[in-house]
Design a protein around this ligand. Structure first.
Ligand code: 3HC
Length: 303
């Protein structure tokens, strides 16, 4: 059955090489997913070799883990490692069919990335953004070929979260949207077409959830009580644990975008701001017994 809003699947173009822009947490998870599911060459780039090496190191380590768990044969893992490469130069995107960016969540940075990518990419290569909350329409504005841009938004942890939000910009062609849906299917994800509105669907709900639990903490409710209050509702993870998975700096940027559009429905709580100001990246940390806890030094920052 054709997913709601998806164009005819026969319009989809084949993807024989993938470019991922960035080598950070999200980008390296994406590169890992693309190579393991599509088994095509995947190339990542970042600003310096150290970041590229860190991304490649993550991908290799995850493939090794799959071998150790008996999910992947050792020779298959080496083949996959051989398909992934990294560079500091965007020239490597010259022969890619699909190039997705997962760089810093700021419009000017994303626009700069796409200008550099367009300078080297084939005119028919599809460009995608993994933005969580920025306007895909605004990202398309300065492109030479805006019709080839699509929002393709994944969730953390990428390997297990089944959903991808596909965002259509006004100029996106049916061919591009059909390719995004076909690609999601080949990645074994479920794609849904969402409007190009700040935070799309999922982040609006999740950021509100995390924000309100954080506000309850601001109001004086014990952190663990606020965080576990929703357990009976069957959440797969407590809101603070989720904030740790997403990362406080990412959560901050998404909240700022949502605040700019929707006002006080979304705001950074006082305690979150205090933690960000102190360089804390995740609220909860492993407690050594397979669980998570708020470290005392983090609590000490919350006066
Ligand atoms: N990488 C790879 N695999 C992982 C993983 C990771 N980081 N974390 C868990 N897994 C795998 C485990 O290996 C396990 O696989 P198996 O059953 O085949 O052995 C499976 O996932 C289940 O893991 P666990 O049994 O350890 O733990 P849970 O049952 O608690 O499931 C979870 C883990 C799937 C992550 C679940 O807790 C969950 O769904 N959490 C919610 C995550 C969420 O909401 N993410 C969205 C964040 S918002 C976002 O990313 C948007 C961005 O724009 C900000």
């Amino acid at each position: 059955k054709r997913p709601a809003g998806a164009p005819d699947a026969s319009l989809a173009k084949p993807i024989n090489k993938v470019g991922v822009v960035g080598a950070g947490l999200m980008a390296s998870q994406l590169a890992l997913l693309f190579v393991t599911q599509l088994r095509v060459p995947v190339v990542i780039t970042d600003m310096d070799q150290a970041r590229v090496d860190k991304g490649l190191g993550f991908i290799h380590a995850e493939l090794d883990k799959s071998v150790a768990k008996g999910r992947l044969k050792a020779d298959a893992a080496s083949q996959l490692k051989g398909l992934v490469s990294g560079s500091v130069s965007k020239d490597v995107y010259a022969d890619a069919d699909f190039i997705i960016e997962a760089v810093f969540e700021e419009l000017s940075v994303k626009k700069q990335v796409f200008a550099e990518v367009e300078a080297v990419a084939r005119p028919d290569a599809i460009l995608a953004t993994n933005t969580s909350s920025l306007s895909v329409t605004a990202m398309a504005e300065d492109l030479k070929n805006p019709e080839r841009l699509v929002g393709f938004h994944f969730f953390n942890p990428v390997a297990v979260m089944p959903l991808v939000e596909v965002v259509r910009a006004p100029a996106s062609t049916d061919e591009v949207i059909a390719t995004a849906f076909a690609l999601a299917k080949n990645l074994r994800k479920t794609a849904v077409l969402v409007k190009d509105a700040t935070g799309f669907v999922v982040n609006r709900v999740l950021l509100r959830l995390m924000g309100e639990v954080s506000n309850a903490f601001d109001d004086g409710t014990d952190a663990a009580v606020a965080d576990h209050a929703l357990d009976p509702m069957g959440l797969p993870m407590t809101p603070f644990t989720l904030a740790g998975v997403v990362g406080l700096p990412v959560a901050q940027h998404v909240t700022e975008s949502l605040h700019a559009t929707f006002g006080d429905r979304f705001r950074i709580s006082t305690n979150q701001q205090q933690l960000i100001d102190n360089g804390v990246k995740a609220l909860w940390a492993p407690d050594g017994n397979g669980g998570l806890h708020v470290p005392q030094e983090t609590l000490d920052l919350l006066t």
